[in-house]
Design a binder for this molecule. Structure first.
Ligand code: DLL
Length: 432
């Protein structure tokens, strides 16, 4: 039998949801226009006033917002409430000093937690469950989001964070974790470790909640078979709240978007035109229940499609298909967002030419990044010790910028093939 955390919202009829969205949108637009000069400016430039927005149908009249806007407004320029009302910050990884920081009031945190609680209950979780959260904690939203959701459900919450797989497996067995929350690649790695340790019969897992990076049906089948669980997708981004923007139910055919919190649109990434239901395009979100950091028509750069086909689980909120790529060159490596421009910044700061290649591999379900960089003729040396020292120094600088370890390989000047497009800079050998 399907369980819901908030059935009155999750299964509300379309009219009720639309009515709520209309009211919340009008209120949000009026509030940001009054309180956020950055928005007022954007809206004035587009010649749209809050009173022009009477409901969801008027959304296309509003300007888009991009990550660059958030960076321009860093750190406090997008705040719609006094700082004194905010109780939490979360942040994306990103170029030092120009990260995207998102703010939350207590009500915002409660709303976020309830979105994650819906996901946990949809995956079969309840008060009797032990929810093993191994997304990272800290500025990354994965750990705090599912932790909060699990508390709200009343499950026993294990704030494991990532790393130390041996201890993770021991706790899985000893504490009888029933729901595992982590990136799909980490789950696959963990599944291997469970088998290697002969612990398959000692675990009680029944469901997984996977997100933060791409995965596919083949990975789903492999992990489900290997651990004897059902795997559920969860989507989100720091700018909006983190995990819980949408989540998969028992039907496992896409993720229900929490429509009482967010309005989703799909646009043509080239023209910005809104596309009809079912077409693939860029996902755009408007948050309609956020106090501290509301975002209007935020372009996620994620490609997907929406479907309003009735779902056998009984939930009525629109579903988004698994992500189908991005409109920019962001890579997700070990669950961490990596932009080639960050790597370029480090290279330039350290005096290297911007001729480089990124090679991403997945071996035994673990991602690795190799950065191949050309030396300048002045740096070029056949003293191997000198080259190794340079590689180490650059690897440290990259780690400081990206938050993940990259293997650096310095190569001879002009040895990396030149190409016109940026795609050739990235060799992603993962088969996702
Ligand atoms: O990854 C939030 C999150 C944490 C989601 C834990 C799910 C679970 P960011 O670090 O800001 O936030 O990265 C957001 O990650 O725009 C997508 O490109 C990608 N992403 C998130 N969820 C999925 C998913 C978190 N289920 C970016 N499938 C997003 C594929 C995903 N990609």
């Amino acid at each position: 039998m399907e369980n819901y955390f908030q059935p009155e919202i999750e299964c509300a009829d379309r009219e009720t949801i639309l009515d709520l969205q209309n009211r919340r949108l009008v209120e949000t637009v009026a509030r940001v226009y009054a309180n956020v000069p950055y928005y007022r400016n954007l809206m004035d430039k587009k010649g749209v006033k809050p009173e022009d927005i009477k409901g969801v149908d008027d959304l296309p009249r509003l300007p888009f917002l991009t990550k660059d806007d958030l960076r321009d407004a860093y750190p406090y320029g997008m705040l719609a409430r006094p700082l004194a009302d905010c109780v939490r910050i979360q942040s994306t990884s990103g170029t030092t000093g120009r990260r995207v920081v998102a703010f939350y009031t207590q009500n915002d945190l409660d709303a976020w937690d309830s979105c994650c609680a819906r996901a946990i209950v949809a995956a079969g979780g309840g008060k009797e469950d032990v929810v093993h959260v191994c997304y990272g904690y800290g500025l990354f939203t994965g750990g705090p989001g599912l932790n909060g959701g699990s508390h709200m459900v009343g499950s026993l919450t294990l704030p494991m964070s990532s790393g130390n797989t041996e201890r993770q497996v021991q706790f899985l067995c000893d504490l009888g974790s029933t729901i595992l929350c982590c990136t799909p690649s980490y789950a696959a790695y963990k599944a291997e470790t469970v088998h290697e340790k002969g612990a398959r019969d000692k675990i009680k897992l029944k469901a997984d909640i996977f997100g933060a990076e791409d995965w596919n049906d083949e990975m789903r089948r492999d992990i489900e078979n290997s651990l004897g669980i059902r795997a559920h997708d969860i989507y989100g981004l720091t700018e909006l709240c983190g995990p819980g923007v949408s989540f998969e139910c028992s039907e496992q055919t896409g993720m229900h978007i929490n429509e009482d919190q967010f309005i989703a649109e799909i646009i043509d990434p080239e023209t910005g035109e809104v596309l009809p239901e079912g077409e693939v395009g860029e996902l755009v979100f408007t948050s309609i229940n956020k106090e501290a950091f509301p975002l209007i028509r935020y372009r996620t750069r994620d490609l997907t499609r929406l479907s309003r086909k009735p779902c056998s689980c009984g939930r009525t909120h629109v579903k988004m298909a698994r992500l189908m790529g991005r409109t920019d060159d962001m890579l997700i490596i070990k669950g961490v967002n990596v932009f080639p421009s960050q790597i370029e910044t480090v290279l330039i700061n350290k005096g290297y030419p911007a001729n480089y290649q990124l090679v991403v591999e997945r071996v035994r379900n673990t991602d690795s990044l190799e950065v191949r960089v050309e030396m300048t003729p002045e740096m070029f040396s056949d003293n191997l010790g000198e080259v190794a020292a340079r590689e180490k120094e650059l690897a440290n600088a990259l780690k400081a910028m990206l938050g993940i370890t990259a293997a650096v390989k310095l190569v001879a000047p002009k040895s990396i093939t030149r190409s016109e497009g940026k795609a050739a800079r990235i060799i992603d050998n993962r088969k996702i």
